[in-house]
Design a protein around this ligand. Structure first.
Ligand SMILES: Nc1ncnc2c1ncn2[C@@H]1O[C@H](COP(=O)(O)OP(=O)(O)OP(=O)(O)O)[C@@H](O)[C@H]1O
Length: 830
């Protein structure tokens, strides 16, 4: 983001009077209005990037305000410099210069080519054009025939003037010559304010294209920079009263003022900041439209606001300074305009692809490493698991070995140690004795401290838990009470350790009760056997289940294949039905031909009826056939049970079946009658009765069919009518919508015109108000002057009267002294 550079340039005064009145004082980059005796007038002080006094030359203006933009334009940035100010304030002098002091455009052109010559690594192509906006029409100053040129906008070119002549130039002199030629076509006019007043806004445009010279693999060699440089000399705002414009000048003045007002509006909006600004009315004038990129867009922009020092122009100068202050708040978004050629694009894309490929490779490698790490972790876990399993196996094997050794040992010692046998026999009764009777600890015990007995009842051997080493480790109720210092715990709620059914402990030879261990061992073996049996049973059950499952699976497979078969049949069904319908039709046609042959022989009325109904049937069959073949999704079609075609089809099928059955039976009876060679009268009589019967039934059928057809027709007609109606309604709505749109557009146009008018009027009103104020001030000043004058006059009068009386008294004195008569002048007497 870059702020617009704003400079104010004060032109030298052209009037002697200004030095005696209020005046503009410049102090560095500040300008303020001062009273004649030097005190500043509050609220009239402004600061800008540069404030240039009357001594400043065009060269300095260029150096300070424009040069950077020109250099940036050569580097590929868009640039715009324009002069703004009231008429005769020095805009054209600044932009075009004079014989002795070249203007900004002249200097810019020279500088562009100098800079280009200094840029050795790029090739340049320069195009120039020169246009003016006169009475809101764009004219080509290089080609007078190019008038009223339109403004267009495209993605590639941005906003541009279509049909504007562009000259490719190679040096500064060529450009300056072209400008001189163009100047001839520019609209100037004489006004009270300026002998050579610009009556149009002029825009001198340079399009600078550059391309890096192909050195090695340099990417910039394939990219093209295109920058647009606008150097604008605006027409000056003017007071019609001051300029004394009439006729054509007046019309020009109005256009100038209007476009400058719109420029002011755009600047106002842009100065409000991004959030508040809303819609920017660039399109309201050609000037703002062309300058759009320079105002809040992609361009480096400088504005030189020219002001006149004369006291008489103070209000206009204030207006210019306010415009400049607002412009200072605008920020542009500047960037190099680079266009990539195909080769550059390709190179850039290749680089990007290479970069992406590198990233991808890196990602893949990372992923691979991660996967390897994970695999490593998994295998590590598996190894750990295996090791643990092995350890457990080893442990269980060890315990088995110990067990078998213990069994052997116990068998050997059983016969030798009778004391131990006695002890073993005593063991069963030992639990009934009190603990004072010498309690023996069994060797297969739970680890000490691993449980709490439910209650201190030692009368029976414990059912679930093995007995403890000593009862000091078991908390009985009394001990519990002591331990908890009076706190009564509910021992009933405490749980016993569950019994271990199959547990092996190494036998201790020194421990009494080996016989008991042996029994337990037996018990354990029995347990194991039971467990094995259970497991075998479970396994058998599972096997049975598995077999059942296999059977169920097989059944399911059969069912699936049946279903598949059915699905195939269903899929083929429409085709089959269609085929059978064709066959039906053929059969029916055969019947029809037989009927025709019968018709040629005898019974014309019956057969006529039959044949007409048959024709209707054929027709309906054909329709049905067409429908069937046209229906893509036959099944969904069949699903529409209540569709009129389906109804019609069912009805027709039923009636045709009836007809055919009756036909067959009637044919058979006719045949039988003929075979029986009955008398002709009887035969004819029977034929008559059958005829009537047929006539009646067929007419009913026919009526039904006709009715259905009629209903269908009616439905079709009403549907068509409804369709037509909706179509008409739609057309009407569309017409209405178009009308409303047009109306809205015209209203918008009117509103915008009205707003413009309003704003113009507002401005005029403001101007008039200001003029009125000035006039009032002048009147007040005059009043004061008159008062002062009256006071001075009165004092003079008084002194004159005193002098008069003095003189009179002197004369009287002289008269009395000299006795000479002096005539008194008349004026002294009044
Ligand atoms: N800085 C200056 N030094 C000397 N003369 C100046 C300067 N600025 C303007 N002038 C003179 O003042 C007169 C009016 O200037 P100029 O034509 O440039 O005004 P302008 O703003 O372009 O007016 P308009 O809007 O009517 O075209 C010219 O004679 C010009 O030479």
């Amino acid at each position: 983001m870059e702020k617009i550079c704003v400079a104010v340039r004060l032109r030298p005064s052209v009037s002697e009077d200004s030095v005696h009145g209020t005046y503009w004082k410049i102090d560095n980059n500040r300008i303020s209005l001062h009273r004649p005796h030097g005190t500043p007038i509050s609220g009239n002080s402004y600061a800008f990037d540069h404030v240039l006094d009357e001594s400043c030359t065009n060269g300095s203006v260029y150096e300070l305000v424009v040069r950077d933009i020109i250099h940036a334009a050569v580097e590929g940035f868009n640039g715009t410099a324009f002069a703004y100010g009231q008429t005769s304030s020095g805009k054209t002098f600044t932009m075009n210069g004079s014989e002795s002091d070249a203007g900004v455009i002249h200097r810019a052109v020279k500088d562009v080519f100098e800079k280009i010559h200094m840029t050795s690594d790029r090739e340049f192509l320069i195009r120039v054009s020169y246009m003016e906006i006169y009475n809101e029409e764009i004219n080509d100053l290089f080609a007078v025939e190019n008038n009223k040129l339109p403004i267009h906008e495209s993605l590639e070119r941005g906003i541009f003037v279509a049909g504007l002549k562009e000259e490719i130039v190679t040096n500064a002199d060529q450009v300056l010559k072209l400008i001189k030629q163009g100047e001839v076509n520019k609209h100037f006019g004489e006004t009270n304010m300026n002998a050579r007043s610009s009556r149009s806004h002029t825009i001198f445009r340079m399009v600078i294209e550059s391309k890096g010279k192909d050195i090695g693999d340099n990417l910039s060699a394939d990219s093209i920079r295109v920058s647009v440089l606008n150097l604008v000399d605006l027409a000056g705002s003017e007071r019609i009263a001051k300029t004394g414009a009439e006729g054509a000048r007046l019309k020009e003045g109005k256009h100038i003022n209007k476009s400058l007002m719109i420029l002011g509006n755009v600047i106002n909006k842009l100065s409000e900041g991004v959030r508040q600004r809303g819609h920017i009315p660039y399109r309201d004038s050609k000037l703002t439209r062309i300058l759009q990129p320079a105002l809040g867009g992609n361009a480096k922009t400088s504005i030189i606001c020219t002001i006149a020092p004369e006291e008489v122009h103070i209000e206009e100068t204030k207006g210019t300074l306010q415009f400049a202050s607002r412009a200072k708040r605008i920020t542009n978004c500047v960037q190099v305009n680079e266009i990539l050629t195909d080769a550059a694009l390709l190179k850039r894309q290749n680089q990007e692809i290479e970069e992406l490929r590198r990233k991808l490779q890196f990602e893949l490698e990372r992923e691979k490493l991660q996967m390897e790490l994970q695999e490593e972790r998994n295998s590590h876990k598996e190894r750990d698991q295996r090791i643990r399993e092995q350890q457990m196996k080893i442990e269980s094997l060890n315990s088995l070995v110990n067990l078998s050794e213990s069994v052997q040992n116990s068998n050997q010692s059983r016969e030798q140690d009778s004391v131990k046998n006695t002890l073993r026999e005593d063991f069963s009764g030992s639990c009934n004795k009190s603990h004072e009777d010498g309690f023996l600890t069994p060797c297969f015990k739970a680890p000490p401290n691993a449980f709490v007995a439910k209650r201190s009842d030692y009368s029976m051997p414990p059912e679930f838990s093995p007995l403890p080493d000593a009862f000091s480790n078991v908390a009985d109720e009394d001990a519990w009470l002591k331990l908890n210092k009076g706190f009564v715990a509910d021992l009933d709620s405490l749980q016993t350790t569950p019994a271990r059914k199959a547990q092996s402990f190494p036998f201790n030879e020194t421990t009494p009760g080996k016989g008991l261990s042996n029994e337990n061992h037996k018990q354990e073996i029995q347990n194991l056997e039971r467990q094995l049996e259970d497991a075998i049973m479970e396994k058998n059950k599972l096997q049975e289940k598995h077999e059942e499952q296999i059977l169920v699976n097989e059944k399911l497979m059969v069912e699936i294949s049946d279903l598949k078969q059915e699905a195939r049949i269903i899929r083929e069904l429409p085709q089959k039905m269609s085929n059978s319908l064709v066959m039906c039709k053929d059969v029916y046609m055969e019947i029809l031909s037989t009927l025709k042959s019968v018709k040629d022989d005898k019974k014309p009325s019956t057969v006529k009826l039959l044949s007409s109904s048959s024709e209707i049937g054929t027709c309906l069959f054909t329709t049905l056939e067409a429908h069937l073949t046209a229906t893509v999704n036959w099944q969904s079609y069949l699903a529409m049970n209540d569709s009129p075609i389906q109804k019609q089809y069912d009805l027709l099928r039923a009636s045709m079946n009836d007809i055919m059955e009756s036909l067959v039976s009637s044919e058979a009876s006719i045949f039988d009658n003929e075979q029986a060679s009955d008398p002709l009268s009887t035969h004819q009589c029977k034929g008559c009765a059958e005829d009537d019967f047929w006539k009646e039934s067929l007419s009913i059928e026919l009526d039904d069919i006709r009715k259905t057809c009629h209903d269908l027709e009616k439905e079709l007609v009403s549907n068509n009518q409804r369709l037509e109606l909706s179509k008409q309604q739609y057309d009407n709505l569309e017409r209405e919508f178009k009308l409303m749109k047009d109306e809205r557009d015209s209203l918008r146009k009117i509103v915008s015109e009205f707003v413009q008018k309003l704003e113009l009027e507002k401005e005029q009103k403001e101007t008039a108000l200001k003029e009125l104020n000035t006039e009032l001030q002048r009147q007040r000043d005059l009043g004061e002057g008159i008062k002062r004058f009256s006071a001075a006059f009165a004092s003079r009068h008084r002194s004159f009267m005193s002098f008069n009386s003095e003189l009179k008294s002197k004369i009287e004195e002289l008269k009395t002294h000299n006795r000479v008569v002096v005539p008194v002048p008349k004026s002294l007497g009044c």
